[in-house]
Every structure is written in C-alpha cells, then in structure tokens.
Design a protein around this ligand. Structure first.
Ligand SMILES: [Zn+2]
Length: 262
C-alpha cells in the first residue's frame, strides 16, 4: 500500500484497540486514544524507511535520507546473512527486515524503554517524529503543497500541546505502577509496524512478516492471501474500498472507545 492508506490503517487499528479495551473494562482516557492513533498512524509508515521514495524517507530532510540509507544497508545485510536456498537473490533491502514482527517488537520495546527512561523529553521526541509522519501520511495532499518546515512547526506545536494534556490524563494508562509512566507508548508503535506489514501482505509481492521463522526452503517467505485476493500497491481498491472502510471502522471504534455508542 501507499503512504495515505498505511497511515489511515494505523490510526484505525489503534481506535479498534480503544474500542476493545473499553469493552474489556480498561477504557483509554481520550488523550491516550488520540495520541495513540497519531503514533500508530505515523508508525505505520516507518517500515518503508528502507525505500528512498517513501513518505518517511522524505519527511525529515537530510536526517531521514541518511537514516534511510543506513536502514536499507542493514536490511540488505541481514537478508543476505539469513537467507535460505529458497529465498531469491535481491539487490536491495526493501520489504525485508523492517517488514517483520521482530522489527515491530524491537521498535515497540525501544520506544517504551526510551519513554520510561527519558520521561517527558523522550515523549516529546517520540510524539514529534510520529506527529510529522502522521501529518505527511494523513494530510499528504496539503503536506505536499506546503513546505517541510511548515509541517515540522505544526508537528512541534501540536506535540507540545498534546504532551501537556497527556501529563494530566493518560501517562499511566494500562501500566499503573510508579516508574511506568509512558510505558504504553511502545504499543501503538509496534501495532503500527504490524499493520503496515499486513497492508503490504495484501499486495502482489506479499510481506515476510514471520522472519526468521522458516517456511519450507524460505526464511523470508512473502506471506499474503491467495493471489486472486491481492492487489497492486496504489490500485483503486486502496483508495475506493480500503480507505473509506478504514474511515468507517475507525469512526465507529473511536466512538465506542469513548463510550459514546452505548
Ligand atoms: Zn512497506
């Protein structure tokens, strides 16, 4: 899938989690619902940091360009080092390491650790990065028309306001012991990466989500539904079917999560 569909699916996924936790008697305070949806929307773009034309690789100027190069080399290296005889030879790292459950878990755990150890400042950084990504992903038309600096300023301002709200209500959601503030921030990050992988699995080339668990002669088995159910990235299915569906499901779940529905 392309950037907008990925980020919208990420936001939707977090709203669904919100509805589920509300039903399970662990309702999210609204700042957790909102901020989680934004982080998940941003994180759902993160795996494509292995591709220089992707939204994320262009979102932070030279910084993301350098990060993209590093991630592509790392991914390609890991691919070559771990491929089995059935995995094809390839020339770059796109859709390998960053498109696996291992990457999702590492990124989620890393974010949680950073948030707990770094406190407020770490939260600001994590929130800022994902906010800018979410703006680029969800408002891509507007973002493309304006300058990068404008998007960064908008991201910084909303990050500042939202982190203030989070201190008041939601910092200790789910993990309530002292010292566990912001521990939950890793959850929308990991979920966003997984949702991205599922989205890519629906396209023609599939997605090696299960690496390094071998399937047959492949360790990078491109998982996906049967061929007939897959579509080309950026195809009409994405814009005309999936994105409206994400909006409806996200809207209903969001209302449910806030306890508006019943
Ligand atoms: Zn991807």
């Amino acid at each position: 899938m392309m950037g907008p569909a990925h980020s919208l699916s990420g936001a939707t996924a977090w709203l669904v989690v919100g509805a589920v936790t509300e039903a399970a008697g662990e309702p999210m305070p609204w700042p957790v619902l909102l901020i989680g949806a934004i982080i998940c929307a941003g994180a759902a773009l993160a795996p494509d940091l292995d591709h220089k034309a992707a939204t994320i690789s262009r979102s932070f100027g030279p910084v993301s360009k350098v990060a993209c190069g590093v991630v592509d080399k790392l991914s390609y290296g890991v691919y070559r080092a771990t491929r089995k005889t059935g995995d094809p030879r390839r020339s770059g790292g796109h859709r390998t390491l960053t498109h696996t459950w291992v990457w999702a878990a590492l990124l989620g755990a890393g974010t949680s650790a950073l948030a707990v150890l770094g406190g407020r400042w770490a939260v600001l950084v994590v929130l800022f990065v994902h906010m800018v990504l979410a703006i680029e992903g969800l408002l891509w038309r507007q973002a493309r028309a304006s300058s990068d600096v404008l998007v960064w300023l908008l991201g910084a301002a909303s990050t500042y306001v939202m982190s203030d709200v989070l201190v008041e209500d939601g910092a200790d959601w789910l993990f309530t012991d002292p010292g566990q503030e912001y521990l939950w921030l890793g959850l929308p990050v990991a979920l966003g990466v997984l949702v991205h992988c599922v989205g890519d699995a629906l396209t023609i080339s599939g997605c090696p989500i299960l690496w390094p668990i071998p399937i047959g002669r492949k360790r990078w088995y491109p998982l996906g539904p049967p061929r007939a159910m897959r579509f080309r990235a950026g195809a009409w299915v994405e814009n005309k079917v999936l994105m409206p569906a994400f909006l409806v499901v996200g809207g209903v779940s969001g209302a449910g999560a806030l306890g508006i529905l019943y």
